[in-house]
Design a protein around this ligand. Structure first.
Ligand code: NBP
Length: 482
């Protein structure tokens, strides 16, 4: 009997996805560049299963049922192109290549188009959930050649995480690089969620002077509220984790955050598309700032250490912080969905935002109860332009406003950096202001560069230039936005 699917790449993600597929009754053919890893896998974790090995790409191709489905779980970038180049001459028209790595979506756009010309279908799929997700149920976000989906759907939906209603956290996202785009935004939101939690931690630790056991208890309690999520849950575990000397391990970890690019790509795409994705972008910058460790140490000496004590009833502050975190999180998701909406419009992807929320509901790093509410919001209005306008989320934003402002103001007053919580509030203030000071900005642009402006008392699209100093001419710059 031939294999149902081939997987190339036997590192942590590939091995665990293969074992997951095997558990669901699929016969998987496993291949890896370094052939010894095939043996190690077959004689190790795959021992006693139906999984078979292939030591060359030809052997892999020969062992698969038609149309062949071959999933790459390898390092993103050139490695993917190199496998595609080697596979294509061995494949038949109608065969399917799937890239399950963390690929930047323009690469997927390019690969879908290039392979289409050769009659090969290509799926670019985000896979989230890390090792455990891959093994027992990841969130899977596939996009690319729609013709390929019916062949891959049963396998992907079987191995994916399920919601509490047993719905698979995997559905077709859209054409071209839509799946990888949605995975990129997922990772950007992950950056935002993590940054928000760290800001709450610093406020509790430095501002309220709380112990790690106290903070752990707060996160355990928060996990029983609307903040219920995987990241809040692991944060409570981390805060309670003691090093061998009995001290909290987290305080021994160097405070410089790493990043592998997906948050940065999300920010770059937001800038490219003109979407004010402030919270996620602040989170990326917060990681950049954290990496300037030596400079920060010198600067603290130069400027003096801040005494960031927050006075007042601790319990009141903790509840205010919870509300500020929740409200900021709504803004982060609202901005992420604005970005997806713009990308969907620009690329003709016709994204289903409720389905995206469903795919993130389980299996992935940002899984949370909150995503069910997002799904509900898009069920009510599939074209919702701002998540915060949905009645459920609007209610939370309004109820949290006073506490959120108090936390933001206090952080500024005592010098606790909270870039994501404060920028989220500033965004909402801007978004809910009908008239912003951009009129003055337009006047400045016209003053120094004759960039022209529109008038509130004239139809939109009519542009004016003023000779502000009496010394300039009447020639204006060409009006366009980039
Ligand atoms: P890695 O990202 O570490 O990739 C390891 C695989 O890539 C191995 O099979 C390795 O083969 C192969 N490879 C490399 Br590296 N360079 C190669 C080359 N020049 N030619 C051929 N093969 C090469 O594995 P992973 O962490 O399992 O991740 C796989 C994909 O899934 C990545 O795109 C990753 O971004 C994505 N992802 C990872 C996670 C996670 O939590 N780790 C989560 C979600 C998505 P070798 O054994 O011969 O070196």
């Amino acid at each position: 009997m031939k294999g149902d699917i081939g997987v190339i790449g036997l590192a942590v993600m590939g091995q665990n996805l293969i074992l997951n597929m095997n558990d669901h009754g699929y016969k998987v053919v496993a291949h890896n560049r370094t052939a010894e890893k095939v043996d190690e896998f077959l004689q190790g974790p795959a021992k006693g299963t139906n999984i078979v090995g292939a030591y060359s790409l030809q052997e892999l191709v020969d062992k698969l049922e038609s149309p062949r489905k071959i999933m790459l779980m390898v390092r993103a970038g050139d490695v993917v192109d190199s496998f595609i180049d080697k596979l294509v001459p061995l494949l038949d028209k109608g065969d399917i290549i799937i890239d399950g790595g963390n690929t930047n979506f323009p690469d997927t756009n390019r690969r879908v188009a290039a392979l289409k010309e050769k009659g090969i279908h290509f799926i670019g799929s985000g896979v989230s959930g890390g090792e455990e997700g891959a093994r027992f149920g990841p969130s899977i976000m596939p996009g690319g050649s729609p013709e390929a989906w019916p062949f891959v759907k049963p396998i992907f939906q079987a191995i994916s995480a399920k919601t509490e209603n047993n719905e698979p956290c995997c559905d077709w996202v859209g054409n071209d690089g839509a799946g990888h785009f949605v995975k990129m935004v997922h990772n950007g939101i992950e950056y935002g969620d993590m940054q928000l939690i760290t800001e709450a931690y610093q406020f509790m630790k430095d501002g309220l002077g709380m112990t790690h056991n106290e903070m752990q208890s707060v996160f355990i309690e928060w996990n029983k509220t609307e903040l219920n999520s995987y990241l809040v849950e692991i944060t409570s575990d981390i805060l309670g984790y003691k090093d061998t000397d009995g001290e909290p391990l987290v305080e021994k970890i160097l405070d410089t955050a790493g990043q592998k690019g997906t948050g940065k790509w999300t920010g770059i795409n937001a800038l490219d598309m003109g979407i004010p994705l402030t919270l996620i972008t602040e989170s990326v910058f917060a990681r950049c700032l954290s990496s300037l460790k030596d400079q920060r140490v010198e600067a603290e000496e130069l400027f003096g250490k801040k005494e960031s004590i927050v006075e007042g009833d601790k319990q009141v502050w903790i509840e205010a912080l919870r509300q500020a975190l929740l409200a900021s999180k709504i803004i982060s998701y609202a901005q992420g969905f604005m970005l997806m909406r713009e990308a969907s419009n620009e690329n003709g992807w016709d994204l289903n935002y409720g389905n995206v929320a469903l795919m993130w509901r389980g299996g992935c790093i940002i899984r949370s109860a909150f995503l069910s509410n997002i799904r509900d919001a898009y069920d009510i209005d599939p074209e919702l332009s701002f998540l915060g306008s949905d009645s459920y989320f609007k209610g939370i934003l309004e109820n949290s406003m006073s506490a959120w402002r108090k936390v933001a103001a206090k952080s500024m007053e005592v010098g606790i950096p909270m870039p994501s919580m404060t920028s989220a509030l500033t965004f909402l203030d801007g978004y809910t202001t009908a008239r912003l000071p951009a009129n003055l900005l337009q006047a400045q642009r016209d003053y120094f560069g004759a960039h022209t402006y529109e008038r509130v008392d004239k139809p939109k699209g009519e542009f004016f230039h003023t000779n502000w100093t009496g010394k300039g001419g009447d020639v204006s710059s060409t009006t366009y936005n980039s």
